[in-house]
Design a protein around this ligand. Structure first.
Ligand SMILES: N=c1c2ncn([C@@H]3O[C@H](COP(=O)(O)OP(=O)(O)OP(=O)(O)O)[C@@H](O)[C@H]3O)c2ncn1[C@@H]1O[C@H](COP(=O)(O)O)[C@@H](O)[C@H]1O
Length: 105
């Protein structure tokens, strides 16, 4: 696992996801050298999909340990890799929101 952030403050999830999705989109339209995101977007499709599955497993393992901070950290990795996956396959955050809104009762 990478270095975990020492002090994490609450933030607004909508703004955060939109900002991150915009950065990820930029990495596709204007790739930056040595960008991990750019590599996941343009590289072998299986590298990204394998990573997505790995990150989901890491969330599960952190849950099994009932480790609050570790769950949050791994959920961050999973959310990031999900956003990269959505970008790569052309599903926008607005579409994802629409999908979830359509299920609300
Ligand atoms: N949010 C993220 C983000 N979350 C995770 N990661 C990377 O995803 C990888 C996770 O892989 P691993 O799980 O193997 O790594 P790990 O967490 O170190 O190890 P384990 O959990 O497996 O023990 C690491 O290389 C992280 O750096 C991220 N890389 C980038 N971003 C965002 O994407 C933006 C663009 O970044 P570039 O990729 O540098 O262009 C950044 O400004 C960030 O906002």
């Amino acid at each position: 696992m990478g270095e975990r952030t020492a002090d994490v403050k609450d933030a607004r999830i909508g703004e955060t996801l939109e900002g991150l999705a915009a950065t990820i989109h930029d990495r596709r339209t204007a790739p930056v050298d040595a960008s991990y995101t750019a590599r996941l977007l343009a590289g072998n499709e299986d590298e990204l999909l394998k990573k997505l599955a790995e990150e989901a497993s890491e969330v599960i393992m952190a849950c099994k340990d009932d480790d609050h901070d570790h769950i949050r950290y791994e959920a961050g990795d999973l959310a990031y890799h999900l956003l990269v996956t959505l970008e790569r396959y052309g599903v926008t955050l607005a579409e994802l929101a629409g999908e979830l809104e359509a299920r609300r009762r």
